[in-house]
Design a protein around this ligand. Structure first.
Ligand code: FAD
Length: 573
């Protein structure tokens, strides 16, 4: 069924409605667990669900798998996101064909990342430069079979010269056959209401759904708002700054704030709410309950959340208890790069997948035109020293905890060990410590030191010899061809961050494990490729980056003696 028919029905019945957005997790286990989560969240009666599409088609298989399963087996009205830049036209055709054959009738037609350097343009780039081209194409090929949605930006698109131009483009997308608009997330309800007013003024009459993102953790919130360049009202930033050391308080504030925002939108006449769930369940449920949209259920999960598991013990069998506790911890802790790879939210804060997250012009300004490996070493060292604001792999400055190892990292980078991830060892620091703290109050947190870096096969051979004589080191290394090295004999997730808190089990939000290392490794090498493509094909910079991407290894080392804060660096002396 078309989303617009469902919206019409809800409006005729004079009731509010909501929908849930999911993204494809990076691992197979994550996808399996997401199916379970989508099923359970269907009990919250979303009008439809939608699934994002990785930049350049990077998640096409998983997006299609999740969409077709949700539509065909989970009986949920599903909308598939589809981008049109930086991938082949056949990928677009396959996606539309598969969606149709699975009975999916809703597509969110998007541009994706800005088109690449013309020299790399394929048939897709010449035909599809903008979302407008995709809307026209879908209408031309499929008539009115699909209900088409497009993106709208209450704050304007960051790359755009003016809000007026964006509105004009939105009108063109609607005139070309789009049936609804889904908005970018925002944190000021008045901005959205003004956006709707402006749209109506220029004759856009289709439904406009507001994008609502519950604040989950301080870090993921800052990262996503920076990535999408969303304005955050000062008073919200101030509150978050004051509670950022207490994850539970941040989540509770996120729920309360969303409820207030939805109330303000309802007063402004808005009836439908689109939740960017980040594949997380609990906050969305609490918001819907808080708005009075669904009945408040004192569920088993509620009980456990308040550490009242013992009250519920009689009705829990062991495996159910295990599943619920696991769901809880997935919702509670970050699910980014080093989260639990089984989590349905694994990859939570990575935006839309492997891309540079900056325009070609910004990329050239940041990283210039490297011609030899020394230039690449300089780029990495400058980033570590805070002189460069982003790397292709990290679009944010380093965390404050890196200060403890910054000089040593800069030294490593200048020697050709180009770090893309690291953490210092921490041996029992209070959980509210301004630098290393996380999790609930009155606890203690611990970390094993780890480093993740690219290096040449020659350097790798030299350090492998050192690892052999050090019983505290575990490592993984892989290159783009899939050659893999490790000294780990029995595969188990290696908890590298853990916390001990009052009245609860030990929490271990950060793990290094082969499956996530491999999933991330593929993406890390794709990013070299994305970087290469900002230069002309036969230029010295493109050749240099190609050579590195083809031959270098991505290496992850954990120093398992967390009491030895320097041990990991002595390996490189
Ligand atoms: P467009 O509508 O094509 O606009 C892009 C820019 O080009 C604008 O500045 C516009 O003014 C300009 N422009 C457009 N048409 C013309 C024209 N004819 N002439 C001149 N200028 C023009 N990204 C993903 O990779 N995967 C996703 O699943 C995804 N989901 C999203 C969901 C929502 C609700 C939103 C808001 C964004 C999503 N994005 C996703 C991000 C999106 O791909 C980016 O924001 C992208 O940069 C712009 O996409 P668009 O469809 O709005 O582009």
């Amino acid at each position: 069924m078309k989303i617009t028919s469902k919206i019409k029905q809800a409006l005729e019945e004079n009731r509010s409605f909501w929908s849930f957005e999911y993204f494809p997790p990076k691992t197979d286990e994550g996808v399996e667990n997401l199916f379970e989560r989508i099923q359970r969240m269907s009990g919250l009666k979303p009008e439809f669900i939608d699934v994002t599409w990785g930049a350049g088609g990077s998640t096409s298989d998983r997006t299609l798998e999740i969409c077709t399963t949700a539509q065909s087996y989970q009986n949920l009205e599903t909308c598939m996101h589809l981008t049109c830049t930086n991938m082949s036209k056949s990928k677009i055709d396959d996606a539309l064909r598969e969606a149709k054959s699975a009975g999916i009738q809703n597509i969110l037609a998007l541009r994706g990342d800005p088109p690449r350097n013309q020299e790399y343009a394929n048939e897709c780039e010449t035909q599809f430069r903008y979302a407008l081209d995709l809307v026209r194409y879908i209408r031309q090929e499929y008539g009115d079979y699909f209900c088409i949605g497009v993106a709208g930006y209450p704050e304007g698109l960051p790359e755009s010269d003016s809000k007026e131009k964006d509105l004009d483009i939105l009108k063109q997308k609607v005139d070309a056959g789009s049936d609804f608009v889904m908005s970018q997330i925002f944190f000021d309800p008045q901005l959205f209401l003004k956006f709707v007013e402006d749209c109506r003024e220029i004759g856009i009459t289709v439904p406009i759904l507001p994008g609502i993102m519950p604040i989950q953790t301080y870090t993921s919130f800052r990262r996503l708002t920076n990535l999408c360049q969303i304005e955050v009202p000062t008073h919200i930033l101030e509150i978050l700054e004051s509670i950022k050391g207490d994850d539970q308080a941040v989540k509770e504030f996120g729920v309360k704030f969303c409820i207030e925002m939805i109330q303000a939108l309802r007063q402004g006449g808005v009836n439908g709410f689109h939740f960017c769930t980040l594949n997380l369940e609990k906050s969305v449920r609490l918001i819907l309950e808080g708005c009075g949209f669904v009945e408040k259920q004192l569920t088993i999960i509620d009980g456990l959340a308040k550490n009242e598991a013992h009250l519920k013990a009689p009705i829990l069998n062991d495996s159910l208890e295990g599943i619920i506790l696991q769901n809880e911890s997935w919702d509670e802790f970050p699910n980014g790069r080093w989260g639990d790879s089984r989590s349905p939210a694994y990859g939570e804060i990575d935006g839309y997948g492997a891309s540079l997250k900056v325009t070609v012009q910004e990329a050239l300004k940041l990283w210039g035109y490297p011609v030899d490996k020394k230039d690449i070493s300089d780029i990495f060292s400058n980033y570590i020293q805070g002189q460069l604001k982003a790397l292709p792999w990290s679009d944010e400055p380093l965390f404050a905890e890196t200060d403890a190892i910054r000089e040593k990292l800069a030294d490593l980078n200048s020697k050709g060990f180009w770090t893309v991830g690291s953490q210092p060892a921490v041996n029992g620091v209070r959980s509210n410590d301004p630098v290393f703290g996380w999790g609930p109050k009155n606890g203690y947190v611990y970390q094993k030191a780890f480093l993740e870096f690219f290096t040449s096969p020659e350097e790798l051979e030299k350090i492998l010899v050192k690892f052999e004589n050090n019983p505290y080191i575990t490592f993984y290394a892989q290159n783009a061809k899939g050659d893999f090295k490790t000294n780990i004999e029995v595969e188990e997730p290696n908890a590298v961050t853990w916390g001990v808190f009052p009245s609860r089990e030990i929490a271990q939000p950060t793990m290094i494990e082969r499956v996530s290392f491999e999933a991330w490794g593929d993406e890390a090498f794709q990013i070299w490729n994305e970087w290469r493509m900002i230069y002309l094909p036969k230029s010295p910079s493109a050749k240099l980056i190609q050579e590195i991407a083809d031959t270098y290894y991505l290496v992850n080392i954990v120093h398992n003696d967390f009491q030895d804060s320097d041990g990991i660096f002595t390996l490189f002396q």
